[in-house]
Write a protein of this length. Structure first.
Length: 95
């Protein structure tokens, strides 16, 4: 008799999927990974707060940086979605 062995990670992924929480976990992970994706300089002046309806809300410490990031928005969205391996973000709101 062979016993099927499943890793904890696989079991957790399956459970999250069954509970409909997989996307929420992916969105939360993207918030955690924000500094890694954007780099140290941008991470120092920003804070990824939440994702609602595929819109990422970023708190920016300085208005000059807010303007700069607005012009980089399309590139940031591409980087974030590439990092996530799927299109989790369609827009970014800087405030």
């Amino acid at each position: 008799m062979e016993i099927a062995v499943e890793t904890i990670g696989d079991a957790l992924a399956k459970l999250l999927s069954q509970l409909g929480l997989e996307k929420e976990v992916q969105r939360s992970q993207l918030l955690v990974d924000w500094p890694e994706v954007v780099g140290e300089q941008i991470a120092k002046v920003t804070e990824a707060e939440r994702i609602e309806d595929r819109i990422l809300f970023i708190k920016v410490k300085h208005s000059v940086w807010r303007n700069e990031l607005y012009f980089r928005k399309a590139d940031l969205i591409k980087k974030l979605n590439k990092h996530a391996g799927q299109n989790l973000v369609k827009d970014i709101r800087f405030y």
